[in-house]
Write a protein that binds this ligand. Sequence first.
Ligand SMILES: N[C@@H](CCC(=O)N[C@@H](CS)C(=O)NCC(=O)O)C(=O)O
Length: 235
Amino acid sequence: MTIKLYYHPSPNPAKVALFLEEVGLPYEVVAVDTRKGEQHLPAFLAINPNAKTPALVDGEATVFDSTAILLYLAEKTGRFLPLDTPAARAEMLSWLMLVATGIGPYSGQCVHFKHFAPEPKEYAVNRYDFEAWRHWKLIDAQLAKHPYMLGDTYTLVDMAVWGWARAVPFILGADAWARLPNVKRLLDEINARPAGQRAEALKTQHSFKAEMDDQARQAMFPQNARLAPSTGATA
Ligand SMILES: N[C@@H](CCC(=O)N[C@@H](CS)C(=O)NCC(=O)O)C(=O)O
């Protein structure tokens, strides 16, 4: 049975698309248009109760959360993992979780407050910009030591970084690459790989809503319903 990838052209689903393309496993893309609220449909919640993309169904196995999916696919295929030693595995898990719990959430909140939140937001922008930069500088320093996150070999951790690296100018600002040259190097290298190009092309093969209008804000920022209309956040 063909693997189904529940996908939106965003950082977390992109990581998984890249892995699938790298290993050449056949898969079918199921578009989940989060700006139309499709992540909240009962059929999707049965696959991912967290109402976020990506999720993956592989026969009897259902996996949600991009990091869980990367590990699932790496273990299933035996590909893009480091050496099977306690030390190498410990290093892999540490960096993979730093991307999952640091890069992803802080970059996501940085984007939210810079680009989508109503004023006043100076405190939040300052915190999340600071924390996003702090995490990205850790990744850049790691990539300054060797070509890939875990050394000389391209692994699932690099794919996890790639998913978010594509969005760095939107997260940190147009001039961010001058301060993150090693992240940029990895991004360019993966973008040039055939699998990177196929993963990137997925967004052009399915139609997704681009406007961040009332419907999109209600679907993606449901917390705003609790705010008074005068804040401007509910529109
Ligand atoms: N920890 C989750 C986060 C997933 C996530 O935030 N996905 C975003 C796209 S990158 C999404 O589906 N957002 C829609 C929403 O928040 O309603 C993962 O790594 O998969």
